[in-house]
Write a protein that binds this ligand. Sequence first.
Ligand SMILES: Nc1ncnc2c1ncn2[C@@H]1O[C@H](COP(=O)(O)OP(=O)(O)O)[C@@H](O)[C@H]1O
Ligand SMILES: [Mg+2]
Length: 261
Amino acid sequence: MENTVIQTNKLTKQFIKWRGLSSPRHPFEKKIFTAVRDVNIEVRRGEIFGLLGPNGAGKTTLTKMMCTLILPSSGSATIAGYDLVRQQEKVKASIALVSSEERSFYWRLTGRQNLEFFAALRGISREKAARRIPEVLDQVGITEAANRRFQEYSTGMKQRLGLARGLLADPEIFFMDEPTKGLDPLATKHIHDFIRENLAARGKTVFLATHHLAEAEHVCDRVGIMYDGEMKAHGQVDELVGDFTLADYFHDIISESTVEH
Ligand SMILES: Nc1ncnc2c1ncn2[C@@H]1O[C@H](COP(=O)(O)OP(=O)(O)O)[C@@H](O)[C@H]1O
Ligand SMILES: [Mg+2]
């Protein structure tokens, strides 16, 4: 379809797990574990697609594959019109990954210095970065904190800086892995509003992985439900939630997985 910006075809990721055995002749046993199995997804331009599933479902593995951070074991995908494996550089230039992984920032550098560093990594010239950084800081509302060290940031500010980093190169697609993890309801609302008003409303495509049913319901146009590495269902949120058996079943597994938060 012309407007399709993400399409995966039986995307699969297997990990090899070595298990120690006591036998001296066979000290290790090799086990193949399928974290993502035969996933087919189609996401259209400007859509907010939610990948909903409990911890361990394979959401992060699938997201990392689509961002070229790990190679698929089999299957294929087209991201922004480029082949995920053969045109990795073009795919990278078309996307941003916003995750809740705060270790990816430099704690001793300020927010601004972090953005300068990542702009350079992305091949943005100094002049362009000097123009762009104040814009993105302003867009996510952390201009005031720009000269403070990352280590002094609250969780909400760290998430916003992650968004600012994603915005630097103005990519077409935003992949977000648990973007509101650890945030209070108000900070969560800010991120949700931002996704709708500053990304989707401007034609950006958002692929959002979450284990919160409510987040998927509030923010996403369509969701795919992932469990045990497989896409079990996908469709409009209200269709899925309206489907009694599905809603019941997934509500149980998803609420179980959110107990720790
Ligand atoms: N590098 C890896 N090696 C082996 N197993 C992994 C690796 N990364 C993830 N897994 C396993 O894949 C499964 C899916 O993990 P993940 O994609 O992180 O799920 P989610 O993001 O939905 O919580 C888990 O069982 C996890 O232990
Ligand atoms: Mg995850």
